[in-house]
Design a protein around this ligand. Structure first.
Ligand code: ADP
Ligand code: ADP
Length: 226
C-alpha cells in the first residue's frame, strides 16, 4: 500500500483553460479521499492522471514516494473501478475476479486462493459460477471490487461507481464500500458529484471547481465551515 502525493498538478488540453490547475493533494497511506465537484471541474481528469490514462502537463505525481509521471498504468499497480464495472458478460464471477491474475500468468493455485479469499470478503462465494447478467447491481459492483482486490494493488480508484444504481442500492453500497475500505485499509481515491457520498464516505474531501482545489478537509470540517 502507498500514499499518493499530488504536487502542483496541471492538465492542459490544447490551448484552452487548464482542466486541472495547480492542484496539490496528499492522500495518506490507507486514507479514503473523496474528489467532488460539479460536472466539468476536472475530477475525472485528475483521477485519470493518477491512474496513468492521461498525460500530466505539469507537477509531480508520487505514489509510495516514487515519481510516476512517466510510468504506464500497468507499472503503477493501482486498481480502478469504473462506473459501468467493465465486467466480462461471458465469464463467470470466478473468472471475472481471476482475470487480472490470469493476465499476469499467476499459477492456478495462487489464483484459486486469491479468488476464494476475495469472494469470501465480498460475500460472493455463493455466486462464483454465475454470470454478470444474472447478478444484481450491488453484486456486480462487488465483483468489480473483487477484481481490484486480488491484484494486491497499492490503491483503489473509483470513478462514480454508484451513479448507475437506484437510491436504495446506492445507500447499501455506500455502507459496503466504506466498510470494505476500512477493513482492507487500502488507500482510496473516489470521484463523485454526489454530496451525500462526499460527506459520508471519506476521511477527507477535496472540492474542485474549474480545475482549482477549493477546499481539502474532513467532512466534519466542511459541515461546520461550508
Ligand atoms: P469532471 O470529471 O469533473 O466532469 P473532466 O475531468 O471530465 O471533469 O473535465 C474537465 C474539463 O476538461 C472539462 O472542461 C472537459 O470538457 C475537459 N476535457 C476532459 N477531457 C478532455 C479531452 N480529452 N480533451 C479536451 N478536453 C477535455
Ligand atoms: P464524465 O462523465 O467522466 O464527466 P464526459 O462525458 O465528460 O465524462 O467525458 C467522456 C469522455 O470524453 C472522457 O474520456 C473525456 O476525457 C472525453 N472528453 C470530455 N470532454 C471532452 C472534450 N471537450 N473534448 C474531447 N474529449 C472530451
Amino acid at each position: 500500500m502507498a500514499g499518493i502525493e499530488m504536487k502542483n498538478i496541471v492538465k492542459k488540453y490544447g490551448d484552452g483553460f487548464p482542466a486541472v490547475n495547480d492542484v496539490s493533494i496528499d492522500v495518506e497511506d490507507g486514507e479514503f479521499l473523496i474528489l467532488v465537484g460539479p460536472s466539468g471541474c476536472g475530477k475525472s481528469t485528475l483521477l485519470r492522471m493518477i491512474v496513468g490514462l492521461e498525460d500530466i502537463s505539469g507537477g509531480d505525481m508520487m505514489i509510495g514516494g516514487k515519481r510516476v509521471n512517466d510510468l504506464a498504468p500497468r507499472e503503477r499497480n493501482l486498481s480502478m473501478v469504473f462506473q459501468n464495472y467493465a465486467l466480462y458478460p461471458h465469464l463467470t464471477v470466478y473468472e471475472n475476479i481471476a482475470f487480472p491474475l490470469r493476465l499476469a500468468n499467476k499459477p492456478e493455485s495462487e489464483i484459486d486462493q486469491k479468488v476464494r479469499e476475495a469472494s469470501k470478503t465480498l460475500e460472493l462465494d455463493e455466486h462464483l459460477e454465475r454470470k454478470p447478467g444474472n447478478l444484481s447491481g450491488g453484486q456486480r459492483q462487488r465483483v468489480a471490487m473483487g477484481r481490484a482486490i486480488v491484484r494486491d494493488a497499492e490503491a483503489f480508484l473509483f470513478d462514480e461507481p454508484l451513479s448507475n444504481l437506484d437510491a436504495k442500492l446506492r445507500g447499501q453500497m455506500r455502507t459496503e464500500i466504506s466498510r470494505l475500505q476500512k477493513r482492507l485499509g487500502i488507500t482510496t481515491v473516489y470521484v463523485t458529484h454526489d454530496q451525500t457520498e462526499a460527506m459520508t464516505l471519506g476521511d477527507r474531501v477535496a472540492v474542485l471547481k474549474r480545475g482549482v482545489l477549493q477546499q481539502h478537509a474532513t467532512p466534519r470540517e466542511l459541515y461546520e465551515n461550508p
